[in-house]
Design a protein around this ligand. Structure first.
Ligand code: FMN
Length: 182
């Protein structure tokens, strides 16, 4: 098993994936990691929608982009009008939804997202946290996701084997973010 700090530092947002699907046993480990995240009041207020249907994944990207193209924010509209996939053509897309009437659903779901990303990294599988799919969640067509009553989709995580053409950059971290009180 890798040392956790090595896994944390090795995780980078991956935006180029191989086409072949991850193995079922790998997916199961990633989902197991998700549900072992901490949660406020131990509510475990999450639900995971695992999408491995290429057409639906493309549709989610295309319709998100169509919405983004209408945005008043220039950078959003620009991505919306581009011809690149906002989900980076991932083979597996996991949508994370939170139970709205729980104590801290967004935070808990975010912890579950990070757990999935770290477990994937330890398996040499690439991930990308995908916030822009939010544009899809707001439109009528999102009904196809069958999100459970009382839950709200927050984010998606793209998961797949890392393309050999992927340039993985190590992003510099801001150092001035610590205060010590002794
Ligand atoms: C809430 C959130 C939303 C994000 N949404 C996107 C996204 O829609 N598309 C994308 O390519 N990356 C997305 N990212 C990834 C960030 O761009 C990335 O984490 C950041 O640039 C740092 O790079 P690193 O993950 O390689 O450390 C998102 C990250 C977070 C935490």
């Amino acid at each position: 098993m890798d040392n956790i700090i090595e896994v944390i530092k090795k995780r980078r947002s991956i935006r180029k994936f191989k086409e072949n699907q991850i193995k079922e046993e790998e997916l199961n480990l990633i989902l197991e990691a998700a549900v072992h995240a901490p949660s406020g009041h131990n509510d475990q207020p999450w639900h995971f929608t695992v999408i491995q249907n290429k057409e639906l994944i493309e549709k989610i990207s295309d319709l998100s982009k169509a919405e983004m193209a209408k945005s008043n924010e220039e950078w959003i509209a620009k991505i919306g009008s581009s011809n690149r996939s906002i989900v980076h053509n991932v083979p597996t897309l996991i949508i994370v939804s939170g139970k709205k009437d729980s104590y801290s659903p967004l935070v808990d779901c975010s912890a579950a997202v990070e757990n999935m990303m770290l477990e994937s990294t330890s398996l040499n599988i690439g991930t990308c946290w995908l916030g822009l799919v939010n544009y899809f969640f707001k439109i009528e067509e999102a009904k196809v996701l069958n999100i459970k009553d009382g839950y709200e989709p927050y984010y998606a995580v793209g998961i797949g084997y890392i393309s050999d053409e992927c340039n993985i950059h190590s992003i510099k971290r801001n150092a001035d973010v610590f205060t010590y009180i002794k």
